[in-house]
Design a protein. Structure first.
Length: 480
């Protein structure tokens, strides 16, 4: 850790880049069969559940899709009660957290209650979501809420799917994250992070935390490292806007909404390609290229490492084994992941129900989204994307909420659904959650509203032709 003093503005400059060290000079964790087998089993379970293709009822899919679909269709009444309860848990405890902000004598003030601490806007959205849940559960209120393409879609399809996908996905993802997979993959990615994305190798861990956990986890890790001098302001800006991605579980939600979850491996691969290519370009142009390399704490830069591919593998395995030794065991980690998934579901489903229902009603009864998408439709047509007129609005309305593009193209052809699925999850910046979180969590950088809007448009401009090319390749090989 540097001992330098801050400048007059309270910020630190990196005096000199550390010299690289060879991996052979580092002290590695000794190999141990017990921790190694725990890591290997957990890694293989996670890979099988989310990626391994199997044929089920005449279609190619993944175990993740089969489990989610089975629960949602076989236990629908129980799922409805469960969704109603967790939405109300989110609304009630957010209200308690809001009350505790305003008074000295707090009620039920504990870690669980503080988990629901939020802004006024998100508190209102969770309350609205709780009211809508009651109305949809008991079929109360205006008939428009109970139309199959509005309330039926938001309640019976999307809310149910999210409520199942998140805790079950978290159960398996936690095995991957906490049983060494995060360290293993992140360490192997370190040689590529600085030359490709101009950020430290340790950023691979932040990105992977978002990918297999959630953007909130990834930004939490980024914020923690930033406050301890591990990242400059530019590193944080890049991490937050290029790698605070939606998780595998949320990708599953989009796939389920569009009824293309059987294409999950192809969606994930295309998503990864879109994220990487877009990041390579955007880090080299404004506004990201103009963010200064200043630190809020004494700089603690990552020391570059050198070695052969074999050396990197040994180091990655050492990091994984070290992580496994810190955990309590596979079953304890899985249980904690499931509980964390339930908490996250209770936090966001009410918001999704409120924002999604409002967006569908606006899309159905107003021409706003059609106006926004009118200039995009001819471009999609030139690129050979099916249903261009329908997809035009969907390419831009994702800035409000990531799910909305999927909701407005449910009647499109399968290649068009695939195109929107990949685009909507790759745009990253949406203002129902990620945008406000970035501006609030990193307000001392600062990350500003107009910069996020510009980045959203840049990302969209890059990704539309890229994803169209991927779509045509998959059509040519018979996948779509």
């Amino acid at each position: 850790m540097s001992s330098q003093q801050p400048s007059a503005d309270g910020l630190y400059h990196l005096e000199a880049e550390p010299q690289p060290r060879r991996i052979g000079e580092l002290e590695l964790t000794p190999f141990s069969w017990g921790p190694f087998l725990k890591f290997l089993v957990s890694f293989l379970i996670g890979a099988f559940f989310f990626i391994y293709p199997i044929t089920y009822r005449g279609r190619s899919t993944v175990p993740f899709d089969i489990v989610v679909t089975f629960i949602r269709t076989s236990y629908t009444p129980l799922v409805a009660i469960y969704v109603l309860l967790i939405i109300w848990i989110g609304a009630v405890f957010t209200t308690i957290a809001m009350i505790n902000k305003q008074r000295k004598q707090k009620i039920f003030d504990n870690a669980f209650t503080r988990y629901f601490d939020s802004s006024v806007s998100f508190w209102i959205l969770r309350i609205v979501g709780a009211v809508l849940a009651v109305m949809m559960f008991w079929r109360l209120g205006p008939e428009v809420l109970h139309r199959p393409d509005i309330g039926g879609l938001m309640w019976n399809v999307l809310s149910f799917s999210v409520a199942i996908i998140i805790p079950i996905g978290a159960l398996f993802l936690s095995l991957f994250i906490l049983m060494g997979g995060l360290e293993f993959v992140g360490t192997l990615a370190r040689p590529f992070m600085r030359p490709l994305f101009r950020i430290p190798g340790r950023s691979a861990l932040d990105a992977l935390a978002s990918w297999v956990g959630s953007y909130s986890v990834g930004m939490y890790v980024t914020n923690l490292v930033y406050r301890h001098g591990g990242y400059s302001k530019r590193h944080v800006f890049i991490n937050a806007t290029c790698f605070a991605t939606v998780s595998i579980g949320f990708v599953g939600v989009v796939g389920a909404t569009l009824e293309i979850l059987h294409l999950f491996p192809y969606i994930m691969l295309s998503y990864f390609i879109a994220i990487v290519v877009t990041a390579i370009i955007t880090v080299r142009i404004p506004p990201l290229s103009r963010v200064p390399d200043l630190y809020v704490a004494p700089p603690d830069p990552e020391r570059p490492i050198k070695g052969t591919p074999g050396d990197y593998f040994k180091f990655a395995l050492s990091e994984a084994i070290s992580k496994v030794k810190q955990e309590k065991g596979i079953f304890a980690v899985a249980l904690q992941g499931f509980v964390d998934g339930l908490k996250l579901a209770s936090l966001i489903i009410g918001t999704i129900l409120a924002v999604g229902t409002a967006a569908i009603i606006v899309a159905e009864f107003t021409p706003i989204f059609n106006w926004l998408g009118r200039p995009i439709a001819p471009i999609l047509g030139l690129l050979g994307v099916p249903n261009a007129d329908m997809l035009g609005p969907a390419t831009l309305i994702g800035i409000t909420e990531m799910y909305i593009p999927a909701l407005v193209v449910r009647e499109a052809a399968e290649p068009a659904k695939f195109f929107i699925a990949v685009l909507s999850i790759s745009q990253l910046i949406f203002f129902s959650a990620v945008g406000p979180m970035m501006m609030d969590m990193f307000r001392d950088i600062p990350i500003k509203l107009h910069q996020l809007v510009v980045l959203f448009l840049i990302r969209t401009a890059i990704q539309i032709p890229l994803i169209a090319i991927i779509m045509h390749i998959l059509i040519a090989v018979g996948v779509l």
